[in-house]
Design a protein. Structure first.
Length: 290
């Protein structure tokens, strides 16, 4: 009988050395036994390595998403893009990453001066939201991001020339509201998008809108949904400004001035808020005598 020591080295991120002791009656049996054990150990090493890589990626994405949210609150869109891209190094698509990427792409488009490039980025934002929803069809934020992108495309083309985009924005915003499975801030965003969709449609004569299936837009729904967005996030500049516009459209200038003043004196919480505060200040001057 022969006693044999075999050293096997497997690499799984950390170098591991395994010593196997055998007493075999023949060399042939020894070889067969060793090969089987090596195969089992190698398979275990691959499983452990793959699981560790997935865990690290998930942690990286979660951290990047949290960092992205903080950066966007500070209006740092470019840095938010870098934070997301840094986490996307292994090529795995994640729902949370995708809908945030859609949001950042839309915000970057808002800053783009070239009209053609801006429109293309809005379409890319919508595509990313589509990808997010393929991974999580009950994800509220996926619908919000797709609604936002569709709304931007419609504004770029003109609502009468982009009826399907307008309908998509309405349907996705309503779907997000019905799901209501994220944060109060997300629910506020969904009501804002729906309210703004109605408000923009109400600016065009109903007879014209009916020809392309957009006769449903009305000021009452705009006021109701924009007010709900403010009930959930009363200090948000964007929501105060849009609600002020809706009130003015309904000839409620006294209330409109109050909300425009809140917008004008609000603090920056979203990219573009400086421009919104300036717009609110100009509206206050315009409405001074009303």
């Amino acid at each position: 009988m022969k006693s044999v020591f075999l050293h096997v080295i497997l690499t799984t991120g950390n170098r591991s050395q395994i010593t196997i002791f055998y007493t075999q009656s023949s060399q042939e049996e020894l070889v067969k036994s060793v090969l089987v054990k090596i195969s089992v150990l190698a398979l275990m090493a691959l499983v452990v390595s793959g699981s560790a890589a997935t865990t690290v990626f998930a942690q990286d994405v979660k951290s990047a998403c949290a960092k992205t949210d903080d950066l966007l609150e500070d209006g740092k869109v470019g840095e938010a893009r870098k934070a997301l891209d840094a986490a996307y190094s292994v090529g795995i698509k994640d729902y949370e990453w995708l809908w945030r990427s859609s949001r950042v792409t839309l915000l970057q488009a808002d800053l783009e001066s070239d009209n053609a490039k801006r429109e293309g980025m809005y379409y890319e934002s919508k595509r990313l939201a589509d990808e997010a929803l393929k991974l999580n069809g009950s994800g509220m934020n996926g619908y919000i991001r797709r609604a936002a992108a569709a709304g931007k495309i419609a504004l770029t083309k003109g609502v009468l020339g982009a009826a399907e985009q307008v309908k998509s924005a309405r349907e996705d915003a309503e779907k997000a509201i019905s799901l209501n499975n994220a944060t109060p801030q997300s629910l506020a965003a969904a009501h804002y998008i729906l309210g703004r969709t109605h408000l923009k449609l109400s600016e065009t004569a109903k007879a014209k809108r009916m020809m392309v299936g957009l006769g449903w837009g009305n000021l009452d729904e705009a006021l109701k949904n924009l007010k709900k967005s403010l009930d959930l996030r009363s200090d948000f500049v964007m929501y105060n400004l849009e609600y002020a516009k809706a009130l003015a459209a309904n000839n409620q200038f006294g209330d409109a001035k109050q909300y425009a003043q809140k917008a004008a004196s609000g603090k920056d919480m979203e990219a573009g808020d400086a421009a919104r505060r300036s717009e609110a200040s100009n509206l206050l001057k315009e409405w001074a005598a009303k």
